[in-house]
Design a protein around this ligand. Sequence first.
Ligand code: ATP
Ligand code: MG
Length: 343
Amino acid sequence: MGGGERERILTGIRPTGPLHLGHYAGALENWLRLQREYDCHFLIADYQVSDYADDFARVRESVWEVALDWLAVGLDPEESCFVIESLVPEHAELGAWLSWFLPLGMLQRNPTLKAELAEFGKRSAPVAFFTYPVMQAVNILMPRAHLVPVGEDQMPHIEMTRELARRFNRQFREVFPEPRGLVGRVPRLVGLDGRAKMSKSLGNAIDLGDDADTVARKVRGMFTDPTRLRATDPGHVEGNPVFLYHDAFNPDADEVADLKERYAKGRVGDVEVKEKLTRALNALLDPMRERRAHHEAHMDGVRDALEAGTARARARARETMALVREALEVDYLAGPPPARGRA
Ligand code: ATP
Ligand code: MG
């Protein structure tokens, strides 16, 4: 890479509700770390909300919610682009071309998609459910990104994106870097209820915007070791959500080690373990609350951030589309018409 140009990152979040600790530990924390090193595009993927198709009011609200969450965690829109997917129409255009290069079989083998499809149950999944992985690949390929920091559940999608880039580059010409996925410190944060993933749709999340009392209440209700009836019973630390959260969010390693030791011996109650977790979580969230309050009082600034970032992303998208059209040789009207018949 010459000219001192920074490598590019593309990563995104769907505007389907407030962001939570899973998003933070699995993705946002990495974004924060990388925002100064890379040329970052942070995308609000509003095309990819197929399970909310009947609730666009919620999508509209969530676009602002996500932007506020980003500002609250400390992402800097001066440094990076905040992009609204549907306001860069080139995404739809590239999606129309690239969906021809992604075999349906590849979607059907994707374990994350299989799990998501199962969630529709007896309801028929919308067609967009099968095209959203293409749109996700398009999001990554549009700015010709090199790196994609995501939670573990997204890695099969990154693999498909790499395959798509390889196919295109091989068949036409080298347009897209093969993007690398990068999983965060906590690949998949479990839910408050002990289920495999903290998720807004499962109602088992601590939101980044929750106030201190809400955090305390949610932690008090957290799933712990179901085999432990009294504080004097030896407890299980392994796989216990409360300790998984301590490991993930409590920076005081000595305190965590001490709690684990006493818990295993039946010498500490859930109440103390949970109170210390609440304290650690609120210490993490306090600076976010302050930044959020500041930005909530300056919503014009939030709008400016989205507008400027989307405009910059669109300029790059136009560049990419020019390269793609050239590679596909579909600029039909650019030159003279082909010769036909006799002059
Ligand atoms: P939810 O299930 O809460 O709706 P989501 O996974 O649908 O969240 P996305 O917008 O698809 O949200 O994901 C945004 C990013 O956050 C992705 O990189 C995803 O992997 C990551 N992420 C979401 N939830 C978790 C979690 N519980 N643990 C780790 N990473 C997560
Ligand atoms: Mg998801």
